[in-house]
Write a protein that binds this ligand. Sequence first.
Ligand SMILES: Nc1nc2c(c(=O)[nH]1)N[C@H]1C(S)=C(S)[C@@H](COP(=O)(O)O)O[C@H]1N2
Ligand SMILES: [Mo]
Length: 308
Amino acid sequence: MLIRKPADIPSSEITPPQVWRARRTFIQGAALGVGAAALAPLGAVAATYPRPGEDEPLTPREFVTGYNNFYEFGTDKGDPAAHAHRLRTRPWSVVVDGECARPGEIGIEDILSGFDQQERIYRLRCVEAWAMVIPWLGFPLGELLARFEPTSRARYVAFETLFDPEQMPGQRRRVLDWPYREGLRIDEAMHPLTLLATGLYGETLPNQNGAPLRLVVPWKYGFKSIKSIVRIRFTAEQPPATWNRMQPDEYGFYANVNPAVDHPRWSQKSHRMIGGGWLAKRRETLPFNGYAEEVAGLYAGMDLRRFY
Ligand SMILES: Nc1nc2c(c(=O)[nH]1)N[C@H]1C(S)=C(S)[C@@H](COP(=O)(O)O)O[C@H]1N2
Ligand SMILES: [Mo]
């Protein structure tokens, strides 16, 4: 389960120090005799046990922060790194309202100090058939949502990115229907794997990765992982989602990673790992991006070809 490497390459050449750190943390967890799978809901140890993708090396930080999708700063992969410094992430707050007993607003400082930030290594699989393995810092979204006391009418959760064309020059062109919007079913949102990320590689989240707060839903295609969130709303009806509305035949609302359902213009059976050298080789894509054991149950009885 730990980090596999080709036998002919010395590990010193291929393994960034962070991989060793992740491995060490896992071994400490194992030494405590805590079976990660036995911990439910996920606790601090589960945060570092090897997730799918952890037997792959981490994507080097320069790729994680240099090859991005964040159309608010342009449509090229290098645009976010070049332009996202214009985004001011302080002051920042998130409005949470809709079907809940305690609607309100929470500031980023209260989020950072009020929730236990954990490291979680997740694979992010883009619908464009590439992937990265990223050590996120964050906490389960459900912990934040619970504070606002969703009512029984709350069946979905809607998310919105900041709209400010002055800071986000990509919004001056209508390449997307701004602001960027996404949504989850409430059980997906409350699932312990669903993360609100505040950092990566042990540091504050870089702007191009969605600072100061972005979603990471590791079993879904990357576009569900909405960045720079300013609003969260509990809803009774399925909320609009940007890509789903633009091209519903290409981007479903669920967007669960599914190698059996091709994108209309390309296969989803495999993906390319972003990163230099041998990292770049293609790999087989797994159902739910490798997280089927944890999340397949959320979709029992659903036809995932129809609800893609
Ligand atoms: N607001 C916003 N969120 C977004 C996007 C975007 O363009 N705008 N792109 C999505 C897509 S398609 C992917 S693959 C991931 C990329 O995250 P990363 O750049 O941190 O790897 O962010 C997602 N979140
Ligand atoms: Mo993506």
